[in-house]
Design a protein around this ligand. Structure first.
Ligand code: NAD
Length: 292
């Protein structure tokens, strides 16, 4: 039976650690780490994500500053707000919830966030730092994947890792993080030929395709560690909905360990957002001290 990597428990532990760090910083500097969350328009899923992020910040003692802008917001209005938040020394993290309305370019907006406050890790400077292995803020979901892997893998060196999906927010950064640990990394995607056989070579599988039960039991090598990032809401007969991952979890009993969906990568993503905010606040404090 594969060990279940309990992302909910790990996320709780990380949140507790973050809350303790927040308390330390607040006592030391007199100001709590602050995260500005910008929501443009009224996408219902985005509203849920933002509500959860704000609630988790509150629980950890991080000051969350929510900016709700109408659907009709222009790009320059949003850029003005980001410039103001970049300049605000009480704000340590700036997060723009995606997707944005069609009149606003997400690339332009992400570029405008100060890399030091880019707690999502999407700014080209942080992407560049990740690809050169020179620090920077790491995107939350990939960071969470690595923490989950760290809980079961001691030595990465030389392991074969197969990443399914090449998105900028999950697949590519996960691949870079695994490469940094000296895994032999294969990045696959929708146009990959012979995916099943490639996955069969993997000691580590990270599935981030958004394709329910794509990875079947006979794709997974005995003893492999499987991280399932995919989350798709499916409707069952009778109209009930449930969340399904990219991996047929019930078929991979021969794996060494695997994350469930839900309760695996999902909870780690928000926990990593909070820890990135604290990291940004600590970096800010160090810069201020060095400048003084
Ligand atoms: P995306 O749509 O941007 O990218 C999907 C990638 O998977 C693409 O590179 C595509 O080529 C590849 N792909 C799609 N179908 C495939 C197939 N049949 N075979 C091989 N490759 C295939 O998606 P994303 O933003 O990277 O998210 C991927 C999944 O992870 C989604 O289900 C998303 O909901 C989930 N996700 C979860 C979290 C979390 O916190 N747990 C965070 C981000 C994304």
């Amino acid at each position: 039976m594969a060990a279940v990597i309990d992302g909910s428990a790990m996320a709780r532990a990380l949140q507790d650690r973050t809350a303790r760090e927040v308390e330390d910083i607040t006592v030391r500097t007199g100001i709590a780490p602050g995260l500005a969350v910008i929501l443009v328009g009224d996408d219902p899923a985005s509203e849920v994500y933002v509500r959860r992020k704000v609630a988790e910040c509150d629980r950890a003692g991080i000051r969350s500053i929510k900016h709700r802008l109408p659907e009709t917001t222009t790009q320059s209005e949003l850029l003005d707000l980001i410039a103001a938040l970049n300049a605000d020394t009480g704000v340590h993290g700036v997060l723009v919830q995606l997707p944005l309305p069609h009149q606003i370019s997400p690339a332009r907006v992400l570029d405008a966030i100060d890399p030091a406050k880019d707690v999502d890790g999407f700014h080209p400077v942080n992407v560049g730092r990740l690809s050169t292995g020179t620090g920077g803020l790491v995107p939350c979901t990939p960071l969470g994947c690595m923490m989950l892997l760290d809980s079961v893998i001691e030595t990465y060196r030389g392991l074969n890792a197969v990443v399914i999906g090449k998105s900028n927010i999950v697949g590519k950064p996960v691949a870079l993080l695994l490469l940094e640990r000296e895994c032999t990394v294969t990045v696959t995607h929708i146009a990959t030929r012979g995916l099943a056989d490639i996955v069969r070579t993997a000691d580590i599988v990270v599935a981030a395709a958004g394709s329910p039960r794509l990875v079947r039991g006979d794709w997974v090598k005995p003893g492999a560690v499987v991280i399932d990032v995919g989350i798709t809401r499916i409707t069952e007969k009778g109209g009930r909905t449930r969340l399904v991952g990219d991996v047929a979890f019930d078929e991979i009993g021969h794996a060494r360990a695997a994350t469930p969906v839900p309760g695996g990568v999902g909870p780690m993503t928000i926990a990593c957002l909070l820890s990135n905010t604290v990291r940004a606040a600590v970096n800010h404090e160090r810069t201020e001290t060095a400048a003084a």
